[in-house]
Design a protein around this ligand. Structure first.
Ligand code: PRX
Length: 571
């Protein structure tokens, strides 16, 4: 076997023949797997939870194994169904209706999952927020979505500027809530009183289900709007790519504040009726290997940053755990370095399967299948039912081995249906019938896709997508900062780190204390993961004559690369 191709070998996979399936598959056919194909009644919460709870052979199977430092708990499909029914009744009694936006801002916990499905069961639209967000980030998202209700914890409430949010009618508090007065709802008290029987709200396949906010290179975060129809692709990729089978124990390490944590941390496993592990709290190699071992995880979906971290602590730690249950490993969010794949082969005796997709695409699009040969460094090939290509800036397809825009023929089931309240933004993604991803890539003669980079200024730090504009906006709110330009700087472990260039207001002198204060300002005011790791003070930030920050120039200067075209640079 040559070093550059890793053959599919195992007999522990459901080896779906890629080429054959690609030729013959269509999404209409896939819909037959769902009960709504017979009943005409649709709700993703029914397909993911209640359907299994109604099945005598499935209802007592564990749906969720939850483990955190101070808590360990498991819920069967029946229990998850009943708890989410209870919460759906709470929502009804609080006036939540179909189409309302209900946001969830809390750490992963059994209550999170019960609430999440409760929201879907009343036909409302769920908006999960990453728990590390601080006040500004929370405000921007609740404001833009005009959320009517927020579910949060008493600890996180201090980051919610309730008075600034006129549309926010109710706040549900999960935990020891002190001051329960007008507008505030005590989760546990209401749950105790609520019936566990609920008539689920049947919706249309094209009705709203979920909003994930994500960053672009300019402006505030965008509300990426997904509909119930996405389940077809969550389910199908769960079969083909995650290779989920009866009896599997599955663990996706992503937080549901990010799209991987919903599409593949919630929907794909439960639509496929598989036991799902959720590990709360912070990443430590011991906790993660421990979870794989304790729960006999068989399918594991994580990210390059985590793999690189595990790789850096060496194989001695791996040997302390029994990881023999693991039979399939996948990765998403950033380029998966060949080095990591070779490490995975040694450490786990398994291949790590890279998958490519985005918040906007709702589900996996370009992947390495269990049955496919892997070319380390390649994202793989488009899944059946999806046409991917490389196009030029006019939307014309390019031949193999030419770099260009990674584009997908519009119209796959899990594609976003809108950018919330911004139709022109939504339209701007499409060109000549193609969805243009913003990534650059090329395709080789055999149809494998190779990621090259982002074409815009979006930063990918530890697999988390950060918009430079939001960080710059926060930086210039600091009293010492007059201008700011923010870039992603390559980093061996995190992919990129955030580096800020700032100009200081008159009367301020550069000092370590000041720079640390500015860093903390972003960390506590916006989000910890978006705080710049490096800050450099400069005289002025390069801008175009129309006032746009030239981040590309900042970056090439930082990396010692040629400056390129600077004809639009302001004098
Ligand atoms: O640049 C690509 C990178 O992450 C971006 C999407 O980020 P987000 O919407 O946060 O979704 C992440 C998880 C679905 C893409 O435009 N990206 C994602 N997967 C890969 C990747 N880059 C390289 N290889 C991947 N497998």
């Amino acid at each position: 076997m040559s070093e550059s191709v890793l053959k599919a070998k195992s007999n522990q996979h459901n080896l779906v023949n890629y080429e054959e399936t690609y030729q013959n598959f269509n999404w209409e056919e896939a819909k037959k797997a769902f009960s709504w194909n017979d009943t005409g009644k649709v709700n993703i919460a029914y397909e993911a939870v209640d359907r299994h709870a109604e099945n005598p052979d499935k209802k007592d199977q564990v749906a969720l194994h939850y483990v955190a430092l101070d808590r360990k708990e498991s819920l069967t499909f029946e229990q998850l169904s009943l708890k989410s029914n209870q919460f759906a009744n709470v929502l009804k009694s609080q006036g939540i209706e179909k189409g309302d936006r209900v946001f969830l801002f809390m750490p992963r916990s059994p209550e999170f999952y019960a609430s999440f499905f409760g929201v879907l069961k009343v036909g409302a639209i769920a908006g999960p927020l990453f728990e590390a967000f601080m006040e500004q980030a929370v405000q921007d998202r609740l404001e833009d979505s005009e959320a009517k209700m927020l579910i949060t914890t008493p600890e996180l409430l201090s980051r919610v500027p309730v008075k600034e949010l006129p549309n926010l009618e109710k706040v549900v508090l999960v935990g020891e809530a002190k001051d329960i007065s007008n507008g505030y709802v005590d989760y546990h008290k209401e749950m105790d009183q609520a019936s566990d029987q609920f008539n689920i709200e049947w919706v249309d396949l094209e009705d709203g289900m979920l909003i994930h906010y994500t960053s672009g290179s300019t402006g505030k975060p965008k509300g990426v709007y997904h509909v119930h129809n996405a389940m077809v692709q969550h389910y199908q990729t769960g079969k083909w790519v995650l290779d989920l089978q009866e009896g599997d124990v599955y663990w996706c390490t992503a937080d549901p504040g990010w799209v991987t944590g919903t599409s593949y941390g919630i929907f794909a496993p439960w639509l496929n009726g598989v036991t799902n592990v959720v590990v709360g709290g912070r990443f430590t190699p011991e906790a993660w290997y421990g979870a794989l071992d304790d729960y006999n995880v068989s399918v594991w979906y994580s990210a390059p940053t985590a793999f690189r971290k595990l790789m850096s602590i060496g194989e001695e730690t791996v040997k302390q755990f029994d990881l023999s249950s693991v039979r399939h490993i996948l990765s998403v969010g950033e380029p998966l370095n060949p080095k990591v794949i070779y490490w995975g082969k040694k450490a786990f005796e398994l291949r790590i399967h890279d998958t490519w997709w985005m918040t906007e695409t709702g589900a996996q699009l370009i992947c390495n299948y269990p049955s496919m040969d892997i070319r380390p460094g390649s994202m793989g090939k488009p899944i059946p039912g999806v046409v991917a290509s490389i196009v030029d800036d006019q939307g014309e397809e390019l031949p193999p081995n030419q770099m260009g825009n990674l584009a997908i023929k519009a119209g796959w089931p899990s594609m976003m249906r809108a950018i919330y309240k911004r139709p022109e933004k939504y339209e701007s993604y499409f060109l000549n019938g193609w969805y243009v991803s913003g990534d650059s890539a090329y395709r080789d003669e055999d149809g494998y896709f190779w990621f090259q980079g982002r074409l815009d200024d979006v930063i990918n730090t530890s697999g988390e997508r950060v918009g430079p504009f939001e960080v710059e906006s926060k930086l210039i709110e600091h009293e010492a900062v007059s201008e700011a330009g923010v870039i992603g700087k390559p980093d061996p472990e995190r992919g990129e780190i955030i580096k800020a260039f700032i100009a200081l207001n008159e009367g301020y002198e550069e000092s370590d204390e000041l720079l640390e204060d500015i860093r903390q300002y972003v960390k506590t005011g916006f989000a910890a993961h978006a705080a710049p790791r490096e800050i450099e003070v400069t005289e002025a930030i390069p801008k175009t004559r129309s006032g746009k920050i030239m981040r590309r120039l900042l970056k090439s200067r930082e990396l010692g690369l040629p400056e390129g075209d600077t004809s639009t640079l302001e004098e």
